[in-house]
Design a protein around this ligand. Structure first.
Ligand code: FAD
Length: 377
């Protein structure tokens, strides 16, 4: 018999639903409590070994069908300057033996894919619910839910993202995530597609990319702005986007500028990061995903790491004879890999803020990080 028979997963985002799928697949009955579950976000890319984790979860084909598998050229994206001229030869990406093509997906669609798959696998997903307390009992964790119910679980998985309540309950000493110095703005611009669909660098810490989403018939436009952290209204988002676009003479960005209207829906979020010191478990609770290791998006690997966490945790549960051994093995497999992603991403963010032109320094950081990630998870 497995050393874990059931798990309570807090958070039904990428990591939580992936964990529900992976654990159900090794015979663990999972209940997910999700505080919200409304579809948010724009696009997300899965590269490195994340597509392999999607395959392990049984959702890779669906992700490709609703998203956009990357072509050979897109695997090594070009950055262009404000005039649209390529700034440097992109670093050769590390090769991933037996890997699947990276894929870009529309976030709300991807959330739906994971949710359906988790339910198909037998997970119980309870919405508009969270937790208020976790008590260690002789034979399990006694968890109190926000509706006053209590539930006993062999294992609690905190997958409730960067602002994790599970982390606050179990690791009260961990400091708040740190602002990295940049805001992320994401706009879904209207179709038709714009080419060349690359990253563009304004040279002052402002960057913008074009990702055409043919299935959704829109353009995912992520932007990175170096600025103090503050709450941005819709009007602020419009003005910041307009001012950024106005810095470019590249024809593709000029075309994008034509499509920007004051009512454009733009999502803003500060880039924050946090790396909880190992181990990420205490008692019967384990943190995964952003709850344990939130990063800036400069490697585009945060979601991929959450997927890998889920698959590895299920492997460890299937292999080990007791919970301590599961958690120890999990940390052995996850710590260095995730640390590399967080540290590399924050280092690239710092280069951007110092206005270091996209070139050998960034390429070396990215190349080294990707090479480390080419090892199996
Ligand atoms: C601008 C931007 C771009 C990014 N681009 C990429 C990319 O291209 N590729 C990539 O791999 N990663 C990317 N990331 C990172 C990625 O989004 C995160 O690493 C990933 O979402 C983490 O998954 P998670 O499940 O740990 O957390 P989340 O996806 O944040 O999910 C947490 C879930 O928990 C729920 N929750 C929160 N609090 C509670 C509570 N108290 N009780 C119950 N439920 C709760 C939330 O509603 C949410 O559903 C990007 C991040 C940003 C900010």
């Amino acid at each position: 018999m497995a050393c874990v028979e059931n798990a309570l997963i807090v958070g039904g985002g990428i990591g939580g639903l992936a964990a529900a799928i992976a654990l159900q697949n090794v015979g663990i009955q999972c209940t997910v409590v999700e505080i919200d579950m409304k579809p948010v976000g724009a696009g997300i890319g899965f590269a490195g070994r994340a597509p392999q984790a999607l395959q392990a979860l049984g959702v890779y084909e669906q992700a490709c069908a609703t998203g956009k598998p990357f072509t050979e050229a897109m695997k090594a994206p070009v950055t262009r300057d404000a005039a649209g001229v390529p700034m440097h030869a992109p670093p050769l990406k590390a090769s991933f033996d037996g890997s699947f093509a990276p894929v870009g997906v529309h976030r709300p669609v991807f959330a739906e894919i994971l949710l359906s798959r988790a339910r198909e696998c037998g997970a119980i997903v309870r919405e508009r619910l969270s937790i208020t307390r976790i008590e260690e009992m002789a034979k399990g964790a006694l968890v109190t839910l926000t509706n006053g119910e209590t539930s006993t679980a062999d294992c609690v998985i905190g997958a409730d993202g960067i602002g994790s309540v599970t982390r606050a309950l179990v690791f009260p000493e961990v400091p708040e995530p740190e602002y990295a110095g940049q805001m992320s703005l994401r706009w879904l611009a209207p179709y038709p597609p714009i080419e060349p669909a690359d990253w563009y660098d304004a040279g002052n810490g402002g960057r913008i990319a074009i990702h055409n989403q043919p299935v959704q018939e829109n353009i995912y436009v992520p932007m990175v702005i170096t600025m103090p952290e503050r709450r941005l209204s819709q009007q602020d988002c419009f003005e910041i986007t307009r001012d950024l676009l106005d810095q470019f003479t590249a024809p593709a960005i000029a075309e994008l500028r034509e499509r920007l209207t004051p009512d454009a829906e733009i999502i803003a979020r500060p880039f924050k990061w946090l790396l909880v010191d190992a181990p990420w478990h205490r008692g019967r609770t384990m943190l995964i995903g952003d709850a344990a290791h939130a990063t800036t998006a400069h490697m585009g690997m945060g979601g991929g790491m959450a997927l890998e966490d889920a698959v590895v945790l299920a492997d460890c549960i299937a292999e080990a004879s007791n919970l301590q051994a599961v958690f120890d093995r999990f940390m052995q497999r996850r710590w260095q890999r995730v640390k590399t992603v967080v540290e590399t991403s924050v280092a690239i963010s710092k280069l951007e803020q110092a206005c270091v032109p996209d070139g050998p320094e960034r390429g070396a950081l990215m190349g080294k990080g990707m090479a480390a990630l080419s090892a199996p998870y």
